[in-house]
Ligand binder design. Structure first.
Ligand code: SF4
Ligand code: SF4
Length: 146
């Protein structure tokens, strides 16, 4: 096939595309776990209302509890056994303690299932009018029983 030769080409063999120097690009390795936080060093508590709220789909949750130690405010717990009467119940969020960090949702999606949705707080409050979300949350200090 006849090809026009580019007079400005630095490649002396421009008429033969296969002889052009090949560009080498290094593919970055895909880091599957990049968006997953480390375990929290210490438990913190809510200082302001969150913008989003974690809602666990109890029908999808396997109850594996992988998300539990990642929560920086430690507000994920098992649903009481009586609710479903199954060996491994799903988990639930104590909503008023959630700070909306989304860590649990990323952990669940990346490491296990995909059972957590982050929803805007206004949407949450419309759907769960019986749940009061306060501006702050600090647990009451439990006095040791004598
Ligand atoms: S990681 Fe996902 S599936 Fe496992 S307990 Fe948490 S919400 Fe449920
Ligand atoms: S969004 Fe953050 S604070 Fe709320 S339950 Fe998930 S990990 Fe805990």
């Amino acid at each position: 096939m006849w090809l026009l030769k580019n007079p400005f080409s630095k490649n002396k063999n421009a008429e033969d595309p296969s002889s052009a120097p090949k560009k080498t690009t290094k593919a970055k390795p895909y880091e599957h776990y990049r968006s997953i936080a480390e375990f929290p060093d210490e438990i913190v508590y809510k200082k302001r209302k969150p913008k989003v709220m974690a809602i666990i789909d109890e029908d999808s949750c396997t109850g594996c509890q992988v998300c539990v130690p990642f929560c920086p405010v430690d507000c994920i717990e098992s649903v009481p056994h009586e609710k479903y009467n199954i060996v491994i119940p799903p988990v639930q969020v104590r909503y008023n303690e959630c700070i909306g960090c989304s860590i649990c949702a990323r952990v669940c999606t990346k490491l296990t299932w995909d059972a957590i949705r982050m929803v805007p707080l206004e949407e949450f409050e419309e759907g769960f009018p019986e749940v009061e979300i306060t501006n702050t949350f600090t647990p009451e200090v439990q006095e040791a029983a004598d």
